[in-house]
Ligand binder design. Structure first.
Ligand code: MTE
Ligand code: MO
Length: 267
């Protein structure tokens, strides 16, 4: 991980502002709802079925905000495997310049607390151990912030399954997400490319740790032996050749956020 800098502090306060805004929105809608229900009860004694249009709109808008933040229903459209291009376009080689010794590669993991079954907070996994995790396949339209998109096919494991199996980032096996860390940090082995991911996006059911493309092992240009695929975000977040993953509460350094792109890079 890169040491945090001034920019990170600035971003944390931005995040707090976002939170405060969401809180006040929710508070306003609850207040409005309570007031209206009270008036309804006083005047007609009926339920809220007769909500005025503007107030109903506010309530629905807030439900949408809550839905985006607290559920995983914003799924990217999926396609059949046959619709995927056979040789996806290549983009971005930061952190991939040197050749990789696939046999010697391990994924370094840094957890916020003890890893399940281990009396320690860090561990290493081989690609074979990662391949033992539940397997998922996904064909979706990969979108680069530069303006191109392409349907591509990927195979690997859900990031949430990876977290759940090892009890990483506070995710428990029973799916009770009580003490989740705020972020995940991912870096290439040489630390040249690095991505910060908010926990909501890490847990998104389509966010995958991938070791296959079109049913074959990833080529090194596409991120062998392990890359991230985040269909709910622009391609900048889909880091290739992952070397290190850390579960953290401070917003991690992010290569493209440091260069002026939106940290969330949502679609
Ligand atoms: N390590 C690393 N990962 C990276 C990049 C990079 O430069 N280095 N570029 C990103 C960008 S901008 C895009 S659009 C996708 C492209 O993935 P692809 O080359 O498999 O099409 O990888 C992302 N992951
Ligand atoms: Mo991109």
């Amino acid at each position: 991980m890169k040491p945090s800098n001034k920019k990170d502090f600035k971003n944390i306060s931005e995040q707090e502002m976002r939170r405060a805004t969401i809180k006040s929105l929710v508070g306003f809608s609850l207040g409005a709802f309570g007031l209206l229900a009270g008036i309804k009860w006083l005047v007609t004694g009926s339920d809220a079925a007769g909500l005025s249009r503007p107030l109903r709109k506010i309530l629905e808008a807030n439900r949408k905000v809550a839905g985006i933040l607290y559920s995983n229903k914003n799924l990217a459209p999926v396609f059949s495997k046959e619709q995927a291009v056979s040789v996806p376009r290549l983009n971005g080689t930061i952190g991939l310049e040197s050749s990789i010794d696939l046999g010697g590669w391990v994924l370094s993991i840094q957890n916020n607390g003890n890893i399940r079954g281990l009396n320690k907070t860090s561990m290493e996994l081989t690609i074979d151990e990662i391949k033992k995790l539940p397997k998922t396949e996904l064909t979706f339209e990969f979108k680069c912030i530069e303006g191109w998109s392409e349907i591509s096919n990927w195979g690997g494991t859900k990031f949430s399954d990876f977290m759940r199996v090892y009890g990483l980032g506070g995710l428990e096996a029973d799916n009770e997400n009580k003490n989740l860390t705020e972020y995940v940090s991912l870096e290439t082995p040489d630390e040249a490319y690095y991505v910060g991911l908010d926990m909501e996006s890490a847990l998104h059911p389509q966010t995958l740790l991938c070791y296959e493309m079109n049913g074959l092992p990833l080529s090194s240009e596409h991120g062998a032996p392990l890359r991230l695929i985040v269909p709910s975000k622009y391609g900048i977040k889909s880091i290739k050749r992952i070397g290190k993953i850390a579960f953290v509460d401070q917003r991690p350094s992010d290569y493209w956020a440091e260069r002026g792109y939106d940290f969330y890079a949502g679609l």
